[in-house]
Write a protein that binds this ligand. Sequence first.
Ligand code: OAD
Length: 232
Amino acid sequence: MAAIRNIVILTGAGISAESGIDTFRGAGGLWENHRVEDVATPEAFERDPDLVLRFYDMRRAAIQTREPNAAHTALARLDREWRGNLLIVTQNVDDLHERGGARRVLHMHGEHLNAWCTACDARSRWTGPLIDRPPCPVCGAPALRPDIVWFGEMPYRMEEIYDALRAADLFVSIGTSGAVYPAAGFVRNARDLGAATLELNLERSQGSGWFDASRLGPATELVPAWVDELLG
Ligand code: OAD
């Protein structure tokens, strides 16, 4: 442990599951019989914008009724107390890491509580629905879409993520199925450059074999225990 200074943590839907937010590929992972891939693409938005906006309106409303759990607050404690570099890269578009108290958080797939104006490119804090095509608070155009990275679009802040992975001594993946790239490949980036790698997940992820160690169980148990260990 003494040699560890730089930590990168990747989180996915599994860390928010015990807060009551559906994962994407679990039993509750279908929405009105649509696969997530069928609503989370630019093509789907072009074909049937109402369907896509309703899907995200529903999820935006839902996350605001949910609370961070013990896994979020344990990571927030690590963020507060860890003296070295630390970056929580989340694929999640909820705000539970922040509401749990974490600060060093990077949302690579965007955020539910932002709207992105396709007319003027501004991003605005947004808590309500988008289905009625409200005007952009910046330019007034009725051109807001969810600020979510859809399949086929480039995740945010990749340079920053790869820089952190290059410098990492420890890479930890929490609550993600390892099905979606580029995030699913981060373990190999970190490992190839010498980082220790650990997976905390309910079940083995698709890339489980790439980790030095896997601990299986619910995030609310595994994450606080791991943080206690790390902080000694
Ligand atoms: P998935 O739904 O694919 O995977 C969730 C993972 O969490 C699974 O491996 C579960 O076994 C695990 N899990 C479930 N409950 C858990 C618990 N209580 N504790 C620990 N682990 C638990 O979600 P992601 O991997 O996050 O992209 O999905 C990746 C991306 O696919 C998402 O960011 C989203 C989606 O399409 C976009 O929206 C762009």
